[in-house]
Design a protein around this ligand. Structure first.
Ligand SMILES: NC(=O)c1ccc[n+]([C@@H]2O[C@H](COP(=O)([O-])OP(=O)(O)OC[C@H]3O[C@@H](n4cnc5c(N)ncnc54)[C@H](O)[C@@H]3O)[C@@H](O)[C@H]2O)c1
Length: 449
Protein backbone atom coordinates (compact mmCIF):
# COMPACT_ATOMS: atom_id res chain seq x y z
CA UNK A 1 0.00 0.00 0.00
CA UNK A 2 1.19 3.58 -0.59
CA UNK A 3 0.84 5.44 2.68
CA UNK A 4 1.31 8.98 3.93
CA UNK A 5 2.17 9.35 7.65
CA UNK A 6 1.48 12.89 8.87
CA UNK A 7 3.70 13.80 11.82
CA UNK A 8 7.19 12.35 12.18
CA UNK A 9 7.50 12.82 15.94
CA UNK A 10 7.95 10.30 18.74
CA UNK A 11 5.21 8.03 17.37
CA UNK A 12 4.98 9.00 13.73
CA UNK A 13 8.57 8.29 12.73
CA UNK A 14 8.67 4.77 14.25
CA UNK A 15 5.25 4.12 12.70
CA UNK A 16 6.42 5.25 9.24
CA UNK A 17 9.57 3.13 9.58
CA UNK A 18 7.60 0.04 10.67
CA UNK A 19 5.22 0.36 7.70
CA UNK A 20 8.13 0.83 5.25
CA UNK A 21 10.14 -2.00 6.82
CA UNK A 22 7.16 -4.29 6.17
CA UNK A 23 7.28 -3.48 2.44
CA UNK A 24 4.88 -0.55 2.06
CA UNK A 25 5.86 2.64 0.27
CA UNK A 26 5.65 5.41 2.87
CA UNK A 27 5.87 9.18 2.54
CA UNK A 28 6.40 10.80 5.94
CA UNK A 29 5.19 14.38 6.27
CA UNK A 30 6.16 16.96 8.84
CA UNK A 31 6.25 20.74 9.17
CA UNK A 32 9.62 20.32 10.87
CA UNK A 33 12.14 20.58 8.04
CA UNK A 34 14.89 19.03 10.13
CA UNK A 35 12.80 15.89 10.76
CA UNK A 36 12.11 15.63 7.02
CA UNK A 37 15.79 16.10 6.15
CA UNK A 38 16.76 13.51 8.78
CA UNK A 39 14.40 10.86 7.39
CA UNK A 40 15.59 11.53 3.83
CA UNK A 41 19.17 11.17 5.07
CA UNK A 42 18.18 7.86 6.72
CA UNK A 43 18.66 9.32 10.21
CA UNK A 44 16.21 8.83 13.08
CA UNK A 45 14.58 12.23 13.76
CA UNK A 46 13.75 11.33 17.39
CA UNK A 47 15.33 9.25 20.15
CA UNK A 48 13.80 5.76 20.15
CA UNK A 49 15.73 2.49 20.57
CA UNK A 50 15.96 0.54 17.30
CA UNK A 51 14.61 3.37 15.12
CA UNK A 52 17.90 4.19 13.42
CA UNK A 53 18.50 0.56 12.47
CA UNK A 54 14.92 0.18 11.21
CA UNK A 55 15.14 3.31 9.04
CA UNK A 56 18.35 2.01 7.51
CA UNK A 57 16.52 -1.18 6.52
CA UNK A 58 13.73 0.68 4.69
CA UNK A 59 15.77 1.34 1.50
CA UNK A 60 13.93 3.80 -0.74
CA UNK A 61 10.49 2.78 0.56
CA UNK A 62 10.63 5.54 3.20
CA UNK A 63 10.90 9.17 2.11
CA UNK A 64 9.75 12.41 3.70
CA UNK A 65 8.42 15.79 2.62
CA UNK A 66 6.86 18.96 4.02
CA UNK A 67 4.26 18.88 1.22
CA UNK A 68 1.21 17.21 2.78
CA UNK A 69 -1.08 17.90 -0.19
CA UNK A 70 1.25 16.20 -2.65
CA UNK A 71 1.91 13.24 -0.32
CA UNK A 72 -1.82 12.51 0.12
CA UNK A 73 -2.42 12.69 -3.62
CA UNK A 74 0.24 10.07 -4.22
CA UNK A 75 -1.08 7.64 -1.59
CA UNK A 76 -4.01 5.29 -0.92
CA UNK A 77 -4.11 5.86 2.84
CA UNK A 78 -3.11 8.67 5.21
CA UNK A 79 -2.27 8.16 8.90
CA UNK A 80 -2.50 11.30 11.06
CA UNK A 81 -0.23 11.31 14.11
CA UNK A 82 0.11 15.01 14.98
CA UNK A 83 -0.07 16.47 18.53
CA UNK A 84 -3.38 16.85 20.35
CA UNK A 85 -2.19 18.88 23.37
CA UNK A 86 -4.23 18.92 26.57
CA UNK A 87 -6.27 22.05 27.19
CA UNK A 88 -6.67 23.65 30.63
CA UNK A 89 -9.83 21.62 31.34
CA UNK A 90 -8.12 18.27 30.52
CA UNK A 91 -9.73 17.72 27.08
CA UNK A 92 -7.54 17.53 23.96
CA UNK A 93 -7.09 20.26 21.38
CA UNK A 94 -7.90 19.41 17.75
CA UNK A 95 -6.07 22.46 16.38
CA UNK A 96 -3.23 20.51 14.70
CA UNK A 97 -5.48 17.70 13.44
CA UNK A 98 -7.97 20.14 11.90
CA UNK A 99 -5.21 21.98 10.03
CA UNK A 100 -3.91 18.65 8.71
CA UNK A 101 -7.47 17.56 7.75
CA UNK A 102 -8.04 20.73 5.71
CA UNK A 103 -5.04 19.93 3.52
CA UNK A 104 -5.88 16.21 3.36
CA UNK A 105 -9.45 17.13 2.34
CA UNK A 106 -8.19 19.50 -0.37
CA UNK A 107 -6.01 16.71 -1.75
CA UNK A 108 -8.92 14.23 -1.66
CA UNK A 109 -10.96 16.69 -3.72
CA UNK A 110 -8.44 16.29 -6.54
CA UNK A 111 -8.27 12.49 -6.17
CA UNK A 112 -10.69 10.24 -8.04
CA UNK A 113 -9.87 7.05 -6.18
CA UNK A 114 -11.02 5.87 -2.76
CA UNK A 115 -8.74 6.95 0.12
CA UNK A 116 -8.57 5.79 3.74
CA UNK A 117 -7.82 8.37 6.44
CA UNK A 118 -6.67 6.92 9.77
CA UNK A 119 -6.52 9.16 12.82
CA UNK A 120 -3.99 7.82 15.33
CA UNK A 121 -3.60 10.89 17.57
CA UNK A 122 -5.44 10.66 20.89
CA UNK A 123 -8.77 12.52 20.77
CA UNK A 124 -11.83 12.92 23.00
CA UNK A 125 -14.92 10.71 22.50
CA UNK A 126 -17.06 12.33 19.83
CA UNK A 127 -14.22 14.14 18.05
CA UNK A 128 -13.58 11.77 15.13
CA UNK A 129 -17.22 11.28 14.12
CA UNK A 130 -18.09 14.95 14.40
CA UNK A 131 -15.14 17.34 13.99
CA UNK A 132 -12.63 15.25 12.03
CA UNK A 133 -15.26 13.84 9.68
CA UNK A 134 -16.69 17.34 9.11
CA UNK A 135 -13.25 18.90 8.49
CA UNK A 136 -12.48 16.23 5.85
CA UNK A 137 -15.92 16.40 4.20
CA UNK A 138 -15.96 20.21 4.13
CA UNK A 139 -12.49 20.44 2.57
CA UNK A 140 -13.01 17.61 0.07
CA UNK A 141 -16.66 18.07 -0.84
CA UNK A 142 -16.86 14.26 -0.57
CA UNK A 143 -18.82 11.92 1.66
CA UNK A 144 -17.17 9.94 4.44
CA UNK A 145 -18.09 6.24 4.26
CA UNK A 146 -18.69 6.45 0.50
CA UNK A 147 -15.94 8.42 -1.26
CA UNK A 148 -13.37 7.96 1.46
CA UNK A 149 -13.11 5.93 4.65
CA UNK A 150 -12.21 7.19 8.10
CA UNK A 151 -10.83 5.17 11.02
CA UNK A 152 -9.79 6.09 14.52
CA UNK A 153 -6.95 3.78 15.45
CA UNK A 154 -4.72 4.84 18.34
CA UNK A 155 -1.72 2.70 19.20
CA UNK A 156 -0.94 1.35 22.66
CA UNK A 157 2.76 1.98 22.68
CA UNK A 158 5.25 2.88 25.34
CA UNK A 159 8.18 5.16 24.52
CA UNK A 160 11.36 3.09 24.61
CA UNK A 161 9.61 0.06 23.10
CA UNK A 162 7.55 1.73 20.34
CA UNK A 163 8.80 -0.50 17.53
CA UNK A 164 8.11 -3.74 19.36
CA UNK A 165 4.73 -2.39 20.51
CA UNK A 166 3.78 -1.56 16.90
CA UNK A 167 4.91 -4.89 15.52
CA UNK A 168 3.66 -7.08 18.39
CA UNK A 169 0.69 -5.37 20.06
CA UNK A 170 -1.66 -7.10 22.53
CA UNK A 171 -4.49 -6.04 20.22
CA UNK A 172 -5.28 -3.44 17.59
CA UNK A 173 -8.15 -1.02 17.94
CA UNK A 174 -10.15 0.15 14.95
CA UNK A 175 -12.95 2.68 15.17
CA UNK A 176 -14.56 2.76 11.74
CA UNK A 177 -16.82 5.00 9.67
CA UNK A 178 -18.08 1.88 7.87
CA UNK A 179 -17.28 -1.80 7.26
CA UNK A 180 -15.16 -1.21 4.19
CA UNK A 181 -12.85 1.28 5.95
CA UNK A 182 -12.44 -0.99 9.00
CA UNK A 183 -11.75 -4.06 6.86
CA UNK A 184 -9.04 -2.28 4.83
CA UNK A 185 -7.31 -1.19 8.04
CA UNK A 186 -7.64 -4.61 9.66
CA UNK A 187 -6.11 -6.25 6.56
CA UNK A 188 -3.35 -3.65 6.52
CA UNK A 189 -2.46 -4.37 10.17
CA UNK A 190 -2.27 -8.02 9.15
CA UNK A 191 0.72 -7.06 7.00
CA UNK A 192 2.41 -5.15 9.86
CA UNK A 193 1.84 -7.12 13.07
CA UNK A 194 4.03 -10.16 13.60
CA UNK A 195 1.91 -11.79 16.30
CA UNK A 196 -1.54 -11.99 14.69
CA UNK A 197 -3.18 -9.88 17.45
CA UNK A 198 -6.94 -9.72 17.97
CA UNK A 199 -8.57 -6.71 16.32
CA UNK A 200 -11.27 -4.80 18.19
CA UNK A 201 -13.50 -3.08 15.63
CA UNK A 202 -16.24 -0.70 16.69
CA UNK A 203 -17.73 2.75 16.15
CA UNK A 204 -15.76 5.94 16.78
CA UNK A 205 -16.98 6.87 20.28
CA UNK A 206 -16.33 3.43 21.70
CA UNK A 207 -12.84 3.33 20.18
CA UNK A 208 -12.09 6.81 21.53
CA UNK A 209 -13.28 5.79 24.98
CA UNK A 210 -11.36 2.49 24.80
CA UNK A 211 -8.07 4.33 24.22
CA UNK A 212 -8.57 6.72 27.14
CA UNK A 213 -10.01 4.17 29.53
CA UNK A 214 -7.17 1.69 29.00
CA UNK A 215 -4.55 4.22 30.04
CA UNK A 216 -6.72 5.53 32.87
CA UNK A 217 -7.10 1.97 34.17
CA UNK A 218 -3.33 1.43 34.13
CA UNK A 219 -2.78 4.68 36.04
CA UNK A 220 -5.36 3.53 38.60
CA UNK A 221 -3.30 0.36 39.11
CA UNK A 222 -0.13 2.40 39.57
CA UNK A 223 -1.75 4.70 42.12
CA UNK A 224 -3.24 1.72 43.92
CA UNK A 225 0.18 0.07 44.20
CA UNK A 226 1.70 3.37 45.36
CA UNK A 227 -0.94 3.64 48.08
CA UNK A 228 -0.17 0.08 49.22
CA UNK A 229 3.55 0.95 49.15
CA UNK A 230 2.96 3.87 51.51
CA UNK A 231 0.99 1.61 53.83
CA UNK A 232 3.88 -0.91 53.82
CA UNK A 233 6.26 1.89 54.79
CA UNK A 234 4.28 2.41 58.01
CA UNK A 235 4.06 -1.26 58.99
CA UNK A 236 6.87 -2.95 60.90
CA UNK A 237 8.02 -5.68 58.47
CA UNK A 238 6.07 -4.16 55.57
CA UNK A 239 7.33 -4.91 52.05
CA UNK A 240 5.39 -3.87 48.95
CA UNK A 241 7.09 -6.43 46.68
CA UNK A 242 5.80 -9.32 48.78
CA UNK A 243 2.29 -7.93 48.55
CA UNK A 244 2.14 -6.97 44.86
CA UNK A 245 4.02 -10.08 43.70
CA UNK A 246 1.37 -12.14 45.45
CA UNK A 247 -1.75 -10.27 44.42
CA UNK A 248 -0.36 -9.99 40.89
CA UNK A 249 -0.56 -13.79 40.67
CA UNK A 250 -4.33 -13.53 40.72
CA UNK A 251 -5.41 -13.56 37.08
CA UNK A 252 -8.05 -10.95 37.84
CA UNK A 253 -5.25 -8.52 38.72
CA UNK A 254 -1.95 -9.38 36.96
CA UNK A 255 1.51 -8.10 37.79
CA UNK A 256 2.11 -5.38 35.22
CA UNK A 257 2.19 -1.78 36.48
CA UNK A 258 1.66 -3.02 40.02
CA UNK A 259 5.01 -2.15 41.50
CA UNK A 260 4.69 0.55 44.13
CA UNK A 261 7.48 2.95 43.18
CA UNK A 262 7.30 6.49 41.78
CA UNK A 263 4.25 8.24 40.40
CA UNK A 264 3.33 7.82 36.74
CA UNK A 265 4.41 10.44 34.21
CA UNK A 266 5.11 10.95 30.51
CA UNK A 267 3.11 12.28 27.57
CA UNK A 268 0.13 9.89 27.88
CA UNK A 269 -0.77 8.45 31.30
CA UNK A 270 -1.40 11.68 33.24
CA UNK A 271 -3.33 13.39 30.51
CA UNK A 272 -5.43 10.37 29.49
CA UNK A 273 -6.47 9.93 33.13
CA UNK A 274 -7.34 13.64 33.40
CA UNK A 275 -9.26 13.41 30.11
CA UNK A 276 -11.54 10.65 31.49
CA UNK A 277 -12.26 12.86 34.50
CA UNK A 278 -13.03 15.76 32.17
CA UNK A 279 -15.25 13.57 30.00
CA UNK A 280 -17.23 12.67 33.13
CA UNK A 281 -17.68 16.35 33.99
CA UNK A 282 -19.03 17.16 30.52
CA UNK A 283 -21.41 14.16 30.63
CA UNK A 284 -22.45 14.76 34.24
CA UNK A 285 -21.00 11.42 35.35
CA UNK A 286 -19.13 11.26 38.68
CA UNK A 287 -15.75 9.95 37.56
CA UNK A 288 -14.27 9.61 41.05
CA UNK A 289 -11.74 6.90 40.22
CA UNK A 290 -9.61 8.88 37.70
CA UNK A 291 -9.87 11.95 39.92
CA UNK A 292 -8.59 9.99 42.94
CA UNK A 293 -5.92 8.32 40.78
CA UNK A 294 -4.58 11.72 39.78
CA UNK A 295 -4.73 12.99 43.38
CA UNK A 296 -2.75 9.97 44.61
CA UNK A 297 -0.19 10.55 41.87
CA UNK A 298 0.29 14.14 42.97
CA UNK A 299 1.10 12.91 46.52
CA UNK A 300 4.18 10.99 45.37
CA UNK A 301 6.67 13.88 45.16
CA UNK A 302 5.68 15.27 48.61
CA UNK A 303 6.03 11.72 49.97
CA UNK A 304 9.58 11.51 48.56
CA UNK A 305 10.45 14.99 49.88
CA UNK A 306 9.30 13.97 53.34
CA UNK A 307 11.58 10.94 53.25
CA UNK A 308 14.52 13.03 52.04
CA UNK A 309 13.90 15.58 54.82
CA UNK A 310 14.27 12.81 57.39
CA UNK A 311 17.35 11.15 55.89
CA UNK A 312 19.42 14.01 54.50
CA UNK A 313 22.01 15.59 56.78
CA UNK A 314 21.69 19.37 57.28
CA UNK A 315 22.97 21.15 54.15
CA UNK A 316 23.49 17.81 52.39
CA UNK A 317 23.54 17.25 48.64
CA UNK A 318 20.99 15.06 46.86
CA UNK A 319 21.76 12.93 43.81
CA UNK A 320 19.08 11.86 41.36
CA UNK A 321 19.56 8.94 39.01
CA UNK A 322 16.79 9.10 36.41
CA UNK A 323 15.56 12.28 34.74
CA UNK A 324 13.56 10.81 31.86
CA UNK A 325 10.06 9.75 32.87
CA UNK A 326 11.05 6.11 32.26
CA UNK A 327 14.02 4.09 30.95
CA UNK A 328 15.03 4.16 27.26
CA UNK A 329 13.70 7.60 26.41
CA UNK A 330 14.87 11.21 26.61
CA UNK A 331 11.34 12.49 27.30
CA UNK A 332 10.97 14.33 30.63
CA UNK A 333 7.29 15.28 30.50
CA UNK A 334 6.06 15.25 34.13
CA UNK A 335 9.10 13.11 34.98
CA UNK A 336 9.26 12.27 38.66
CA UNK A 337 13.04 12.74 38.68
CA UNK A 338 12.78 16.25 37.23
CA UNK A 339 9.82 17.22 39.44
CA UNK A 340 11.72 16.02 42.51
CA UNK A 341 14.82 17.94 41.40
CA UNK A 342 12.79 21.10 40.88
CA UNK A 343 11.18 20.82 44.32
CA UNK A 344 14.60 20.32 45.96
CA UNK A 345 16.18 23.19 44.00
CA UNK A 346 13.29 25.45 45.09
CA UNK A 347 14.26 24.74 48.71
CA UNK A 348 17.89 25.62 48.01
CA UNK A 349 19.17 22.01 48.06
CA UNK A 350 22.08 21.23 45.73
CA UNK A 351 21.09 18.52 43.25
CA UNK A 352 23.51 16.42 41.21
CA UNK A 353 21.84 14.35 38.52
CA UNK A 354 22.55 11.70 35.94
CA UNK A 355 20.53 10.04 33.19
CA UNK A 356 21.87 8.23 30.12
CA UNK A 357 19.55 10.04 27.69
CA UNK A 358 17.65 12.96 29.22
CA UNK A 359 20.21 15.29 30.81
CA UNK A 360 20.05 17.90 28.07
CA UNK A 361 16.25 18.10 28.22
CA UNK A 362 16.27 18.22 32.03
CA UNK A 363 18.91 20.92 32.10
CA UNK A 364 16.84 23.04 29.72
CA UNK A 365 13.73 22.56 31.90
CA UNK A 366 15.54 23.46 35.12
CA UNK A 367 17.31 26.40 33.42
CA UNK A 368 20.76 25.03 34.12
CA UNK A 369 20.21 24.67 37.88
CA UNK A 370 21.17 20.99 38.04
CA UNK A 371 24.74 19.84 38.47
CA UNK A 372 25.20 17.11 35.89
CA UNK A 373 27.27 14.02 36.62
CA UNK A 374 29.24 12.07 34.03
CA UNK A 375 27.94 8.67 35.19
CA UNK A 376 25.87 7.05 37.92
CA UNK A 377 29.05 6.48 39.92
CA UNK A 378 30.17 10.07 39.48
CA UNK A 379 26.76 11.18 40.76
CA UNK A 380 27.00 8.94 43.81
CA UNK A 381 30.50 10.17 44.62
CA UNK A 382 29.28 13.79 44.91
CA UNK A 383 26.22 13.37 47.13
CA UNK A 384 25.06 12.47 50.63
CA UNK A 385 21.78 10.92 49.55
CA UNK A 386 20.99 9.30 46.20
CA UNK A 387 17.47 8.72 44.85
CA UNK A 388 17.02 6.20 42.03
CA UNK A 389 13.86 7.26 40.23
CA UNK A 390 13.89 4.96 37.18
CA UNK A 391 14.74 1.23 36.95
CA UNK A 392 17.67 1.51 34.53
CA UNK A 393 20.09 -1.47 34.45
CA UNK A 394 23.14 0.82 34.34
CA UNK A 395 22.28 2.06 37.85
CA UNK A 396 22.67 -1.45 39.22
CA UNK A 397 26.42 -1.21 38.56
CA UNK A 398 27.06 1.42 41.26
CA UNK A 399 30.55 1.13 42.67
CA UNK A 400 30.46 -0.06 46.26
CA UNK A 401 33.56 1.94 47.14
CA UNK A 402 31.61 5.19 46.72
CA UNK A 403 28.68 4.03 48.77
CA UNK A 404 30.11 3.95 52.28
CA UNK A 405 28.02 5.92 54.78
CA UNK A 406 25.57 7.33 52.25
CA UNK A 407 21.78 7.02 52.00
CA UNK A 408 20.43 5.28 48.90
CA UNK A 409 16.71 5.70 48.24
CA UNK A 410 15.83 2.95 45.78
CA UNK A 411 12.33 3.69 44.47
CA UNK A 412 12.15 0.54 42.29
CA UNK A 413 14.26 -1.72 44.59
CA UNK A 414 16.69 -2.51 41.76
CA UNK A 415 19.81 -2.79 43.91
CA UNK A 416 20.92 -5.80 45.91
CA UNK A 417 19.82 -5.00 49.45
CA UNK A 418 21.93 -7.71 51.09
CA UNK A 419 25.09 -6.33 49.48
CA UNK A 420 24.37 -2.69 50.33
CA UNK A 421 22.90 -2.87 53.83
CA UNK A 422 26.24 -3.42 55.59
CA UNK A 423 27.80 -0.50 53.72
CA UNK A 424 25.22 2.27 53.59
CA UNK A 425 21.80 3.41 54.69
CA UNK A 426 19.78 1.49 52.10
CA UNK A 427 16.13 2.60 51.89
CA UNK A 428 13.85 0.54 49.69
CA UNK A 429 10.75 2.62 48.96
CA UNK A 430 7.60 0.74 49.91
CA UNK A 431 9.30 -1.10 52.77
CA UNK A 432 9.65 -0.55 56.50
CA UNK A 433 13.10 0.96 55.79
CA UNK A 434 11.12 4.19 55.61
CA UNK A 435 9.69 3.58 59.09
CA UNK A 436 13.23 3.10 60.37
CA UNK A 437 14.36 6.38 58.75
CA UNK A 438 11.44 8.13 60.41
CA UNK A 439 12.26 6.61 63.81
CA UNK A 440 15.96 7.55 63.46
CA UNK A 441 15.00 11.13 62.60
CA UNK A 442 12.65 11.30 65.62
CA UNK A 443 15.35 9.90 67.95
CA UNK A 444 17.86 12.43 66.61
CA UNK A 445 15.56 15.38 67.14
CA UNK A 446 14.60 14.09 70.65
CA UNK A 447 18.32 13.92 71.53
CA UNK A 448 18.92 17.42 70.15
CA UNK A 449 16.03 18.74 72.29
N1 LIG B 1 4.27 9.93 22.78
C1 LIG B 1 3.53 8.94 23.27
O1 LIG B 1 3.96 8.17 24.15
C2 LIG B 1 2.13 8.71 22.75
C3 LIG B 1 1.48 7.49 23.04
C4 LIG B 1 0.19 7.27 22.57
C5 LIG B 1 -0.44 8.26 21.84
N2 LIG B 1 0.20 9.44 21.56
C6 LIG B 1 -0.51 10.44 20.78
O2 LIG B 1 0.08 10.56 19.50
C7 LIG B 1 -0.03 11.90 19.03
C8 LIG B 1 1.34 12.37 18.57
O3 LIG B 1 2.22 12.22 19.67
P1 LIG B 1 3.80 12.33 19.50
O4 LIG B 1 4.35 12.04 20.85
O5 LIG B 1 4.28 11.56 18.33
O6 LIG B 1 3.94 13.91 19.17
P2 LIG B 1 5.24 14.70 18.73
O7 LIG B 1 5.03 16.09 19.20
O8 LIG B 1 6.48 13.97 19.11
O9 LIG B 1 5.17 14.67 17.13
C9 LIG B 1 4.15 15.29 16.37
C10 LIG B 1 4.72 15.78 15.04
O10 LIG B 1 3.67 16.26 14.25
C11 LIG B 1 4.16 17.35 13.48
N3 LIG B 1 3.03 18.14 12.97
C12 LIG B 1 2.16 18.91 13.64
N4 LIG B 1 1.23 19.42 12.80
C13 LIG B 1 1.53 18.96 11.56
C14 LIG B 1 0.95 19.13 10.28
N5 LIG B 1 -0.15 19.88 10.07
N6 LIG B 1 1.52 18.52 9.23
C15 LIG B 1 2.63 17.76 9.38
N7 LIG B 1 3.22 17.55 10.58
C16 LIG B 1 2.67 18.14 11.66
C17 LIG B 1 5.06 18.09 14.46
O11 LIG B 1 5.98 18.93 13.80
C18 LIG B 1 5.73 16.91 15.21
O12 LIG B 1 6.95 16.55 14.61
C19 LIG B 1 -0.66 12.70 20.18
O13 LIG B 1 -2.04 12.79 19.99
C20 LIG B 1 -0.39 11.83 21.37
O14 LIG B 1 -1.34 11.97 22.38
C21 LIG B 1 1.47 9.68 21.99
Amino acid sequence: MDIAVIGLGKLGSPMAACFAAKGHKVIGVDLNEQFVADVNAKKAPVFEPGLQELIEKCDDRLTATTDLHDAVKQCEATFIIVPTPSKADGAFSLDYTKIACQTIGAALKENDRYHLVVLTSTVMPGDTGVHIRKALEDASGKTCGKDFGLCYSPEFISLGSVINDYLRPDFTLVGQSDEKAGKILEDFYGTICENDPPVARMNFVNAELTKLSLNAYVTMKISYANTLAEICEKLDGGNIDDVTNAIGLDSRIGRKYLKGATGYAGPCFPRDCEAVAQLGRTLNVETRLPIATDQVNKLQIPRMLNLIDQALPQGGTVGILGLAYKPDTDVIERSQGVELAEALLDRGTTVVAYDPAAMENAQEKTKGALQLAASADDCLSQVDLLVITTPINEYKELSLKNIQGKTIVDCWRILDRSQLEPLCNYVGVGTDDVLRVQQDAENLSAKAA
